[in-house]
Unconditional design. Structure first.
Length: 283
């Protein structure tokens, strides 16, 4: 059902934005078309009023560029194709948005959609190429690229299970039945594992090296590793000057609190780390 709603009535959730970012060129083009009197197709939103508490929320699922273009020209309202459903329904719809219309999706858009689908467990198996292609309405080639790491992880887990069962003395057929592969695959994995073990096994295993690997796997080491990755990711961002040159106000409400929390965390980390470094220098 198509209705006209005030722009503020639609809830813009970052995860429901199928794009990695708003394309400035597309936005400017849409604004000009609106000024010229072009009428756009309605955006799609889901009215979430099915729970015990009638929240009556309109989740915008498709049409973020159109919504922002209407906001730029300060339009009184926007046409909305209103559908009944929850945020999950809106999320499922948004992941396939722009498959046949609008700006063609790129690598970052597909990757973002796949990560969101995995994060919300919308895929029974993240390595299932056909399921990913169907959910995102993307080509098989893109689905293969998106699931590559998941499929590699599945294969590694499968091969480890084969090696384990063979180590327990089971026959090729028994292992094949247990894992769901052919006996030939079992033989290939066993042969590959034996060759790899022979190639990489040190003549005299180094106890210190094993202890260091165990230390790197500790929760403490993993926590510091995650912190280092976060800092490196921050350092890879656009400069603050560049960000403000292309200022986008849409995320201000959530950006400010997140920035305050990050600033407090980095400030405390810098102080503590600096104190530790100074103590080492004086020692």
């Amino acid at each position: 059902m198509t209705e006209t709603w005030p722009l503020a009535a639609l809830l813009l959730d970052e995860e429901l934005q199928p794009r990695a970012a708003i394309d400035r060129t597309v936005l400017e083009n849409y604004v000009q078309l609106l000024v010229d009197g072009v009428r756009f197709p309605p955006v799609v939103a889901f009215r979430d009023d099915q729970g015990p508490i009638k929240v009556n929320v309109l989740w915008l699922a498709d049409g973020f560029h159109r919504w922002h273009a209407h906001k730029v020209i300060e339009a009184d309202g926007i046409e909305v194709d209103v559908r009944t459903g929850t945020r999950r329904d809106a999320l499922l719809y948004s992941l396939a948005a722009n498959a046949k219309h609008g700006l063609q999706r790129g690598a970052t858009d597909y990757k973002r959609a796949y990560e969101i689908a995995c994060r919300h467990e919308l895929l029974t198996d993240p390595a299932d190429v056909e399921a990913v292609a169907a959910l995102l309405r993307c080509s098989g080639r893109w689905a293969e690229k998106l699931t590559e790491k998941a499929r590699e992880a599945d294969k590694a887990e499968r091969d480890a299970k084969i090696v384990q069962l063979k180590g327990e003395g089971k026959t090729h057929q028994e292992v094949a039945d247990a894992v769901g592969v052919s006996p030939r695959t079992v033989a290939t994995v066993q042969k590959t594992n034996s060759a790899e073990t022979a190639r990489t096994a040190p003549a005299n295993p180094n106890q210190a090296a094993r202890e260091q690997l165990a230390e790197l796997a500790s929760p403490e080491a993993q926590a510091w590793s995650a912190a280092l990755r976060a800092l490196r990711q921050i350092n890879e961002q656009l400069s603050v000057e560049e960000l403000f040159d292309a200022r986008y106000m849409g995320f201000d409400r959530s950006f400010g609190p997140a920035l305050d929390d990050a600033f407090a965390w980095i400030t405390e980390l810098h102080r503590r780390f600096g104190d530790e470094r100074d103590r080492r220098r004086r020692a």
